[in-house]
Design a protein around this ligand. Structure first.
Ligand SMILES: Nc1ncnc2c1ncn2[C@@H]1O[C@H](COP(=O)(O)OP(=O)(O)OP(=O)(O)O)[C@@H](O)[C@H]1O
Ligand SMILES: [Mg+2]
Length: 587
């Protein structure tokens, strides 16, 4: 997908600036007023020198008028100084607000993206893109307030004032400044594609970094540090090259600028001497011209940098804006109702689903689970068991057919109400880097400490929590890394107990537990299943013997279903699985 245009980036910034429009207007007005005041000062300097060079001898009068002129200079510089002085804190306040809003928008929008989005984007890059968007805004806002406006006011203002004294000088200055701006612009646009490439590479570097760090165990396990270094060195080298090129192009532009400035200075003063010799300019006019040339150069020296920063800011912003512009994969329909689950009947009706165009998981898939029924899904790895769960939770949209809960199509109810009614203990639970207590409370955020501890006991978490010096206040590390797989599963079970939703799904919920712990938890789980429609996915067949019905899946199809007794009695996948597993025990 092509990156969004500058216009779209501006729209996004505009949307966030809009709530503060009066404040921004005030800041801009103050900055313009300040710049204009500074531009008026040289006019008084012209008078100052004209008075000095006038025919009158030194007298009280002259001194008084010189001091009068100086006071005016002071006054206008003072106004400029004052305007600047209060505009800056206001502008700081304004932009910090907008930047925080931008980060919040990015955060909320990203969290509403679908599972496929997260499958295709690196965590590290996403984090970086959100931060970059607000920084890009900061650069642009700074550029407008402290570069663009001063340049605009100084260029237009000085040329206007100079034209009163000499249209020739004004014309020549305007022409050469035009050339200056044009060259800057052309170089900057030419450089743009390198800037965009640099931003993309920068994100890739972050992605590679994050992926390697996440996989640090694999790196050690497979002694692949050299290999990973190779990958990282290659990509950082690409970034380095493009960075250097980008800097060099910027410097080239600066060098050309200096050259043009020297020429402007010479040409303007040369013409001024001519005009003075013809009596058309006064000594004061030299002061005026010098005043404006100094101001012009000081400001337009920033032009190259401004154009460069502007484009870089756009390039930086685009990556995040692209994400903000990408429609959410799974959305609530406009007329979405709240899901009501009085019974808990689940129906998959002629469902087609593929993760990508080429990866068909389900074709004409049917499944019916009666209210309060306890169903087990078994089948080889990759047969689509977890996918069923994901579809029921509407983590992905299906391509054809319907999934219904109590006769309500899940695509027509709100995602929040759907997910509130389903408690899932996932195959590989991930935890927040927060305390154990907070992680468990995630199942019911208004639960009291007592309720959480009660659930923890039922899930047999207390056994390991009580051994930790900080107990329930222990932090669990990123993704829950400081806990064992079985401990994480028990926390996920405690969450499900707290959530107490009418539909319960256990996706290999006890696969990481030893047989003893599993047997202990089994009671809690059976309690939890009471009065709930339950789907249990398990490889360990011993855990599913008590289910009402067992469904055997293979390659996205339910190939057999029935009670354990019925299934072991006939030839098929189930019997084979059972024989393999029970052999181990018999032997
Ligand atoms: N995010 C994804 N993107 C693309 N393909 C996927 C994705 N998740 C799963 N698949 C594919 O879909 C198929 C079904 O996967 P699923 O996770 O449902 O299997 P499973 O039956 O739960 O297996 P297991 O017993 O190993 O957990 C597999 O071929 C898998 O490679
Ligand atoms: Mg699975």
């Amino acid at each position: 997908m092509a990156l969004p245009s500058n216009k779209i980036v501006l729209k996004v910034f505009g949307r966030h600036l809009w709530p503060y429009k009066w404040l921004s207007f005030l800041v801009l007005a103050a900055i313009i007023a300040g710049e204009i005041s500074h531009l008026i000062a040289p006019i008084y300097y012209k008078r100052f020198f004209d008075t000095l060079a006038g025919p009158n001898a030194v007298s009280e009068n002259i001194i008084a008028s010189l001091i009068g002129i100086l006071v005016m200079v002071l006054l206008f510089h003072g106004i400029g100084w004052f305007m600047h002085g209060w505009a800056i804190p206001v502008s700081n306040y304004l932009h910090s607000k907008v930047m925080a809003d931008l980060e919040r928008t990015g955060f909320s929008y990203i969290l509403s993206h679908s599972s496929s989005f997260f499958g295709n984007n690196f965590t590290g890059s996403l984090v970086r893109k959100i931060r970059r968007l607000s920084r890009a805004y900061e650069d642009l806002a700074d550029g407008v307030e402290f570069r663009f406006l001063p340049i605009l006011v100084t260029v237009v203002g000085s040329i206007l004032v100079i034209s009163y004294r000499s249209t020739l000088i004004a014309g020549v200055t305007a022409g050469m400044l035009g050339l200056f701006i044009l060259i800057n612009y052309v170089v900057a646009v030419w450089k743009l594609k390198y800037d965009e490439k640099r931003a993309t590479l920068d994100s890739e570097v972050t992605g590679v970094l994050a992926d390697a760090i996440t996989n640090n165990v694999n790196v050690r396990l497979f002694t692949s540090k050299k290999h990973e270094q190779g990958i990282f060195f290659a990509i950082t080298e690409q970034l380095r090259k493009i960075q250097t090129l980008s800097w060099n192009l910027g410097e080239l532009n600066q060098t050309i600028q200096f050259g043009i400035m020297i020429v402007i200075e010479f040409v303007v003063m040369f013409i001024a001497i001519k005009l003075w010799s013809q009596g058309q300019l006064t000594i004061g006019d030299f002061a005026l011209l010098q005043g404006y040339l100094v101001a012009l150069f000081a400001n337009i020296r920033q032009l190259g940098r401004m154009i460069r920063d502007t484009y870089e800011a756009f390039a930086d912003a685009k990556e995040m804006v692209e994400i903000l512009e990408e429609p959410h994969g799974v959305t609530d329909s406009k007329s979405a109702q709240e899901l009501e689950v009085p019974h808990g009947e689940i129906v998959f009706d002629n469902v087609n689903f593929s993760y990508r165009k080429t990866r068909h998981v389900f074709k004409n898939f049917d499944l019916e689970i009666k209210p309060k029924e306890k169903v087990a899904l078994v089948g080889p790895s990759g047969s689509g068991k977890t996918t069923i769960v994901q579809l029921l939770l509407r983590f992905h949209n299906i391509q054809r057919g319907q999934i219904r809960i109590d006769d309500q199509v899940i695509a027509h109810v709100t995602q929040d109400s759907l997910r509130k009614n389903i408690a899932l203990v996932p195959q590989d639970p991930i935890l927040f880097h927060r305390s154990l207590m907070e992680n468990m409370r995630y199942g019911k955020r208004d639960a009291t400490d007592e309720e959480v501890i009660e659930a923890a006991k039922l899930a047999h978490c207390d056994v390991f929590v009580n051994k930790l010096p900080e107990g329930y206040d222990t932090f669990v590390g990123e993704r829950g890394i400081k806990l064992s797989g079985g401990e994480r599963q028990r926390i996920a079970i405690a969450r499900a107990i707290l959530k107490n939703a009418p539909i319960l799904i256990l996706d290999e919920a006890t696969s990481s537990l030893d047989s003893h712990s599993e047997a202990l938890i089994q009671d809690a789980l059976e309690n939890l299943m009471k009065n709930k429609t339950t789907i249990v996915i398990a490889h360990r067949l011993s855990t599913i013997l008590k289910m009402d019905r067992i469904m055997v899946m293979d390659s996205g199809q339910v190939v057999d279903s029935g009670t354990h007794k019925k299934l072991v009695a006939k030839e098929g996948i189930y019997k084979k699985l059972w024989e393999i597993q029970s052999e181990g025990f018999i032997a």
